[in-house]
Design a protein around this ligand. Structure first.
Ligand code: HEM
Length: 245
């Protein structure tokens, strides 16, 4: 198989670039549809006549959600495959500046992935069933819509710092000379960051006083406020990164 060996793609580096390529394709599909739902579909559906909205939910939304949730699966699998091909699934990599950066991105992305499969999709299934005229007994489409919206807005919020830290892994964290050698500082950064992210997630799930409108959920009421909050969260996490390292 000398010919195969000559083709650079059949090497470990080839595995890295193929995994990265798959990761980008799946990632743009997932996050592109997330932004379509938040910036285009939700505000447009609010202005639709009831009959038009019902038809769109019954026929268009299931297709969009199919690509959305399976692209999320592929993004995670290709992301793990990059780590495996780059031979980084060991403790030492995760102690480096790049390792801390990718860990931050992965924490955000994994919570987003769980939101897709455990919150957005189950609640959207209720809304789709309602539009298709086969709502299961006891299901509440309005409550499902609200739960799905809060998780979807939170994914939009998280996507902004998630992409910053994904990209910063190879293109900033290492070159900028951050010193991540002290384990107590690494632990403190990951602990404080994770606490902030966890509080935002609990707020999306309604654990902090339900899912209704409240001052501490205001950033999720419009996509404009969610985008602003995403940049604020990125700045907070970046300042923490700079303080600790
Ligand atoms: C749990 C889920 C994810 C895992 C395990 C993961 C893993 C990775 C890894 C290992 C890298 C390479 C870092 C490096 O060495 O430069 C990376 C880069 C990247 N990821 Fe992810 N990722 C995840 C989710 C996402 C999502 C949802 C997106 C959204 C589009 C995304 C977009 C990117 C981008 C743009 C890069 C930068 C590539 C570069 O700078 O060359 N990732 N990811």
């Amino acid at each position: 198989m000398a010919i195969l060996a000559d083709i650079a793609i059949f090497t470990r580096d080839g595995g890295v670039i193929l995994s990265r390529w798959g990761h980008y394709l799946a990632g743009v599909t997932w996050i592109g549809l997330l932004y379509y739902f938040n910036f285009v579909q939700v505000p447009s559906f609010a202005t639709f006549e009831a009959a038009g909205r019902t038809e769109a939910i019954a026929k268009l939304v299931p297709r969009a959600l199919w690509w959305f949730r399976w692209a999320a699966v592929l993004t995670v699998l290709f992301g793990l495959s990059i780590l495996a091909f780059q031979d980084q699934l060991n403790g030492d990599y995760f102690k480096s500046a790049g390792g801390i950066s990718i860990s931050t991105g992965i924490v955000l992305a994994l919570i987003m992935f769980l939101n897709v499969w455990l919150v957005i999709w189950p609640n959207q299934k209720i809304i789709i069933a309602n539009a298709q005229g086969n709502l299961p007994a006891g299901a509440d489409p309005a409550a499902a819509g609200r739960k799905g919206l809060l998780a979807s807005r939170t994914n939009t919020l998280f996507s902004i710092p998630m992409l910053f830290f994904m990209g910063a892994t190879s293109h900033f964290a290492v070159q900028a000379g951050f010193d991540t050698s002290e384990s107590s500082k690494r632990g403190a950064f990951m602990g404080v960051s994770f606490l902030i992210i966890l509080l935002l997630e609990l707020n999306a799930l309604g654990v902090l006083g339900g899912t209704g409108q409240a001052p501490h959920r205001r950033y999720m009421e419009t996509h404009r406020d969610t985008i602003i909050a995403g940049f604020v969260l990125t700045a907070i996490l970046y300042v923490l990164f700079s303080i600790f390292f």
